[in-house]
Design a binder for this molecule. Structure first.
Ligand SMILES: *[C@@H]1O[C@H](CO)[C@@H](O)[C@H](O)[C@H]1NC(C)=O
Ligand SMILES: *[C@@H]1O[C@H](CO)[C@@H](O)[C@H](O)[C@H]1NC(C)=O
Length: 329
């Protein structure tokens, strides 16, 4: 118990640091992908070198996907809403599921797994466009934050130019401690959640210009239980591979097809006896900089000093990249 508490605290610290420095956009070039099966096997870590240049990789065709599915021995499944009680928290798991994510084959995509409060939802616009795959997002929403969170979710789903992508791909879970219930009730079915009204004529999205001190959880100094939220988001996915990352870490374009291209070329990455974790370097960008699309663009920025290893300034050893020199060459 004690050690879990400590690790939650340290996670929160990291989260806060990220928030404070969120003016500098952070880009994850290629991230951590984790095989979830066979938990008892040892873990092998590889650093994905990425694909050179602007080479376009096609998605796996049906035959290759079937082959991969049989190698991974994964099963397709649906995303159903469940109301759960865990560790003194209520969890509305799969409260609203992505229309396409719900039907995603287990070997068809990678799920981006992340956790936040509603004030981070502005990142969703960029994230969903770059990822183009399922996103499993747990939102911490105690007390009155619950209603602001529902407004923010519906705004993102209905009022933006990219709202169709949000409806297709993003699965929302909400969780809150039992001591801080939303007093005016909660939706109990996906249908009730989907009926939540959005006001698209508001001049600002509900997640823009949110001051920290106006957040219910922040005002009461509840602390954001990140590990719990991440587990909620992680547990309720229907793809074999998950990429666990922060919501403000933007993936490189074509991440998913490039990843499947890599493992379909080297099946030992799939069939080996070890579980495989793929580590992905992350970079902080100068806040004026455009987010690069390719590794080449990123390297140009890196050499000009406009991109650096994540947390390079605040804590250079926190995010050491294995085989960094090889990756940067
Ligand atoms: C929606 O927002 C606009 C602009 O703030 C406001 O005038 C309008 O009354 C709101 N509509 C509802 C139904 O709340
Ligand atoms: C395939 O992956 C394994 C495990 O990471 C590695 O040792 C091997 O060199 C790779 N083979 C090719 C052809 O890339």
């Amino acid at each position: 118990m004690k050690s879990e508490k400590m690790s939650i605290d340290s996670q929160i610290k990291i989260f806060r640091i990220l928030f404070v420095s969120s003016i500098s956009l952070t880009l994850i070039w290629l991230m951590v992908t984790l095989a979830i099966s066979s938990k008892s096997r040892p873990v092998k870590i590889s650093v994905w070198q990425g694909i050179e240049g602007h080479k376009k990789v096609e998605a796996l065709d049906t035959r290759n996907r079937k082959h991969l599915k049989s190698m991974l021995r994964c099963k397709d499944s649906d995303l159903k809403m469940e109301i759960l009680f865990r560790g003194d928290h209520w969890i509305l798991q799969n409260m609203i599921s992505g229309l396409r994510s719900r039907k995603m084959g287990c070997a068809e995509a990678i799920t981006f797994v992340t956790v936040a409060d509603f004030s981070y939802l502005m990142h969703l616009e960029t994230l969903v466009e770059r990822w183009m795959g399922p996103i499993s997002l747990a939102l911490f929403a105690p007390g009155d934050d619950f209603y602001a969170t529902m407004n923010a979710i519906q705004y993102a789903r209905l009022c933006l130019p990219i709202s169709k992508l949000v409806r297709d791909y993003v699965t929302f879970h909400i969780y809150f401690p039992s001591g801080h219930l939303p007093v005016d009730g909660i939706p109990r079915t996906p249908l009730e959640a989907l009926k939540w009204p959005a006001n698209c004529s508001e001049p600002y999205a509900p997640y823009e210009n949110v001051r920290r001190r106006d957040l219910y959880w922040h005002g009461l100094q509840l602390g954001l239980p990140i590990n719990l939220g991440r587990n909620v988001a992680r547990r309720s996915i229907n793809t074999h591979y998950a990429l666990v990352a922060d919501i403000e870490l933007y993936p490189s374009k074509d991440f998913i097809p490039q990843f499947f291209d890599m493992i379909s070329r080297n099946t030992s990455l799939v069939t080996s006896k070890n579980r495989h974790v793929f580590a992905v370097p992350a970079f902080d960008l100068d806040h004026h900089a455009m987010v690069p699309d390719t590794k080449e663009d990123l390297m140009t920025m890196y050499n000009m000093g406009m991109a650096m290893e994540m947390h390079h300034r605040s804590c250079s050893y926190c995010q050491l990249i294995p085989e960094e020199q090889k990756w940067l060459e």
